[in-house]
Design a protein around this ligand. Structure first.
Ligand code: MN
Length: 210
């Protein structure tokens, strides 16, 4: 993906049907090709007449949102967030079976006791999102694992949290296959998490705070 305007939709790191049977190909195609594409189109449209902000990355647009003209703040926040959150979500899934690498496995055991308990806490957080939003595993500024939720296309950056893993619980992420059964979707999604990528994210986050 481009570092800055004009943003483009990066291809998924796997085929649309790669996550079957847990996440269906049609959902992945619509999610990538329509939902994410729409956020990209809208952000580009919003920034078109503001060349002074066209060199800012997604992260900078999100972090420095208060410095932008108030007339475009809401559009930029929603669409830059929508792009960031979706690319991050897609990048943290895979069709490869994998063990949880270290140091991530040690962090999960230290903060949640064991993987099953982590899965319960994360799933409950994802179930608790009212309406549209995300559940996140993040590294907080003290270097601790934490599970948080965000509404709509909000990101963890304004909370000073470094993202490790997110789960999109907007209905468009699961309705075609799982209908209204978010719990089934969450359970299926755990089969396709790219723990190697999450481990890489952890190491990046640790390097920022050290
Ligand atoms: Mn989505």
């Amino acid at each position: 993906m481009n570092e800055h305007y004009e943003f483009v939709n990066p291809p998924l790191p796997y085929a649309y049907d790669a996550l079957e049977p847990f996440i269906d190909a049609k959902t992945m195609e619509l999610h990538h090709n329509r939902h994410l594409q729409t956020y990209i189109n809208n952000l580009n449209k919003t920034l078109k007449d503001y060349p002074e902000y066209q060199n800012l990355s997604l992260e900078k647009l999100i972090i420095y949102i208060d410095s932008l003209p108030s007339s475009i703040q809401t559009e930029v926040k929603n669409n830059a967030g929508g792009i960031y959150n979706h690319i991050f979500f897609f990048s943290n899934m895979t069709n490869s079976k994998m063990e949880i690498p270290s140091p991530l496995s040690d962090y999960i055991n230290n903060y949640f006791g064991n993987f099953e308990n982590f899965k319960d806490v994360f799933s409950n957080a994802a179930m608790s999102v009212f309406g549209s939003g995300y559940a996140w595993l993040v590294l907080n500024p003290f270097g601790q694992l934490q599970i948080i939720t965000t509404a709509n296309q909000d990101t963890p950056f304004p909370l000073n949290m470094c993202p490790l893993l997110n789960l999109d619980v907007w209905e468009h992420a699961y309705y075609l296959k799982h209908y209204n059964l978010r719990a089934d979707y969450i359970n299926d999604w755990f089969h396709v998490v790219n723990w190697q990528q999450v481990n890489t994210n952890l190491m990046n986050c640790l390097s920022y705070i050290s």
